[in-house]
Design a protein around this ligand. Structure first.
Ligand code: NAG
Ligand code: NAG
Ligand code: NAG
Ligand code: NAG
Ligand code: NAG
Ligand code: NAG
Length: 654
């Protein structure tokens, strides 16, 4: 007894210790070998092997795709030859993978500037074919004033290119033909750098358009039956005059996307804050304003075109509330480093209306060890459903940034669901037998509702690839934490953008999803959500495996015990041809048992106090006595009449 109690205590303490650790492990060499330099620009599964690859820009002019592999180094670089396409002195400013021509193979869009000073942004698209980019390329014959937003303007599930040329325009590239259309019904002056987003803001499972405009100000264009209409959903004015990039997450777990905005409170950016606006509310709520670590005050680094001030979001501890990674600088010194902001319950009146706030992990030594960090983002190394980190840092005298990979050794009893919505342009039979994986699809919206262990309903939602420009570094799928409830997900809803004029929601619901699984949703055909298919890939975590082993062990144990008992009873009951029942009372069920013993010739019921009336309809040869033994000899029909025997606790004389 004592030892078992001790064991339970030991198990619990190990468990608690595990739950509380946020240890990181540097796995840069395992992942990249000596190739860990360049600017990480985008993520996407280029070679359709269901593993996310990394797109890196080197020397501002070279595109390297790090393909995920099973052997170390886990990422193998594949250099793309762009020399023929790009003029000399071109600076590549961003990379956006996606299927731009609708052939279900991943193409790669690059934005480039001929010199860093020239404002015009040229767009090049390299056509993917059989997992290479050697098929040729296209240069859009208009330039943009800033990097465009990759979105699905017309709801055909083929990414379109939205931005400002002379006015606001969208370019469709279906079948590799450029078609330009003017977009939006009234002119907008987009801010540079923009953080426009293609995300559902009114929970109708259809992506809306959020624009960052000069001012700084914001505009929301809701998708009304597939047409974008200006609406006042989010606050139009910014809470401060210097703001960073907007991002969208379900910060408080109500199923709605919230607008998060980092801001500087003075022109030198000595004081910083992160604000949040909920859809339908005109109020900005500070969710982080305390940047003081003992004597040191930290602050945001004011952004510029190549390194905008941005939050990178992801649910690091799978509690269902998204956390963030951010770069801060020491206001009294010169150092800057990456910090993890954990989403915790609000403990200040100022964030009361949201119920959550950010808490800075000051003592994260592995992040602190990386000097001069410039970008930090979440990435799932080894695709195990737990978000790890990539940190880029500037080294003196080097042109390229250094890539650091930190593995998150978080091993709590927490669960996740990973959802990837594909284009659904084809389902099983795709042209040229390609697998429709890896086509980064902007616009799908995912929401779950589930019962928490405390009995409350919990929601969480996320948009897939809502932003594309200025190193927004979003993953090509959504990863939602479920907390520590290992229940089935009660409901999972998936919606995709609508074509203009379509009044029905393109939304489907799946029930009872197993946690720790990857769901690949193929919305084919687009306008018949009932026919959409979802493929489940299980990623059993250690704890799930452990549970399974324990369960099987318990089953085996119980089976063994049942076997032993059964064998004992049999050996007691049916050994020999004469059988004795020595129990004081013999109940019907044990008589039934004896009836099943084949070849039973005699039966003695030994009972000093009770009497037994054993009889059948035809054959009632047994003697019935009160007290003592009841012996039945020569009973050829014993099996029959025992089934009708009556056991009485009183003496009955016949
Ligand atoms: C695709 O490329 C592989 C080699 O990389 C080749 O074996 C295969 O035949 C190619 N498939 C098509 C359809 O061209
Ligand atoms: C743009 O390119 C297309 C071919 O892709 C061509 O037909 C069209 O004339 C070009 N437009 C302009 C304005 O150059
Ligand atoms: C979750 O969503 C459901 C349905 O949309 C709603 O009834 C419920 O109040 C939401 N729960 C929370 C905690 O917001
Ligand atoms: C952007 O800012 C970073 C540091 O804040 C600086 O190193 C970099 O040179 C700047 N880039 C441009 C184009 O101004
Ligand atoms: C911030 O910079 C000041 C001045 O260089 C230095 O004294 C202080 O230790 C730094 N704080 C941290 C946490 O590194
Ligand atoms: C509460 O929030 C206010 C305003 O954001 C801030 O000034 C104050 O320091 C916060 N208090 C605590 C204890 O964090």
């Amino acid at each position: 007894m004592w030892t078992s109690r001790f064991n339970i205590l030991a198990f619990l303490s190990v468990f608690v210790a595990r739950y509380c650790t946020y240890a990181l492990r540097d796995v840069t060499t395992e992942l990249f070998g000596a190739e860990n330099y360049g600017t990480v620009a985008a993520f996407g599964d280029f070679n359709s092997d269901k593993q996310t690859d990394i797109f890196v820009i080197r020397e501002q002019s070279e595109l390297v795709i790090f393909l995920a592999d099973l052997k170390t180094p886990y990422f193998k670089p594949k250099v793309q030859n762009l020399k023929d396409a790009l003029p000399r002195d071109t600076v590549i400013t961003s990379v956006v993978p996606g299927d731009y021509d609708g052939d279900s193979q991943m193409d790669v869009l690059l934005t480039a500037q001929t010199s860093p000073k020239a404002a015009a942004t040229a767009v090049y698209i390299f056509w993917g074919n059989n997992q290479t980019l050697d098929m040729g390329w296209l240069r859009l014959n208009k330039t943009f004033t800033d990097q465009p937003l990759i979105m699905d303007y017309n709801g055909d599930m083929i990414p379109d290119i939205f931005g400002t040329t002379e006015h606001t325009e969208v370019c469709y590239l279906t079948k590799r033909d450029q078609k330009w259309k003017s977009a939006l019904s009234s002119p907008v002056k987009l801010r540079i750098p923009h953080s426009n987003a293609f995300i559902d803001l009114n929970k109708d499972f259809t992506a809306d358009l959020f624009l960052t405009t000069e001012g700084p100000a914001f505009e929301t264009w809701l998708s009304k039956d597939g047409d974008f209409t200006k609406a006042e959903v989010m606050p139009a004015k910014a809470p401060a005059s210097i703001v960073g990039q907007s991002s969208f997450v379900d910060f408080d777990g109500d199923g709605y996307q919230d607008h998060l905005l980092p801001a500087c409170l003075d022109s030198a950016c000595q004081r910083s804050a992160i604000y949040l606006a909920k859809p339908g509310s005109q109020e900005w709520v500070p969710v982080l304003s305390d940047f003081q670590q003992r004597e040191t005050v930290w602050s945001f680094v004011p952004g510029n075109l190549s390194q905008p001030l941005a939050l990178h979001l992801g649910d690091y501890n799978l509690d269902g509330f998204p956390d963030a990674l951010v770069i801060l600088r020491n206001t009294s010194g010169s150092g800057q480093q990456a910090f993890l902001l954990e989403n915790v319950p609000c403990n200040n009146v100022s964030c009361h209306s949201v119920g959550r706030m950010f808490h800075i992990h000051w003592d994260q030594s592995d992040l602190g060890a990386i000097q001069n960090a410039v970008i930090a983002t979440f990435f799932d190394i080894y695709e195990d459903g737990i978000l790890d980190m990539l940190v880029l840092s500037q080294a003196p005298g080097k042109n390229d940034l250094i890539i650091h990979a930190l593995k998150n050794n978080f091993e709590a009893d927490a669960y996740f669901v990973k959802v990837m919505v594909l284009s659904g342009l084809c389902s099983n039979r795709c042209p040229e037998d390609v697998k429709p994986f890896g086509v980064n699809q902007p616009g799908p919206y995912v929401m779950y509702t589930t019962m928490e262990s405390n009995g409350y309903l919990k929601n969480a939602s996320a948009g897939q690839l809502s932003q594309s420009a200025h190193f927004s570094l979003q993953l090509p799928y959504t990863l939602l934490g479920l907390g520590r409830s290992a229940n089935f997900l009660d409901h999972l809803f998936v919606g995709i953008p609508r074509t203009p004029g379509e009044t029905n929601m393109r939304m489907q619901e799946w029930t009872a999803i197993i946690p720790n699984s990857q769901l690949i949703v193929i919305p084919y055909p687009h306008n018949q959500p009932r026919s959409w298919s979802a493929k489940l890939h299980l990623t059993p975590s250690n704890s799930v495996l452990l549970t399974a082993i324990v369960l099987i062990g318990v089953c085996v144990f119980i089976l063994v015990i049942i076997g032993i008992l059964h064998w004992k009873e049999k050996s007691q009951g049916c050994v020999g041809r004469n059988t004795h029942i020595q129990n004081r009372t013999v109940w019907r069920h044990s008589l039934n048992f004896y009836r099943e013993c084949i070849g039973l010739e005699s039966l003695t019921v030994r009972s000093p106090t009770a009497a037994f009336l054993l009889c059948s309809e035809e054959n009632c040869t047994s003697s019935v006595r009160c007290g003592g033994d009841v012996q039945i000899l020569h009973a050829p029909k014993i099996s029959k009449w025992l089934s009708q025997a009556v056991v009485s606790s009183e003496c009955i004389r016949v």
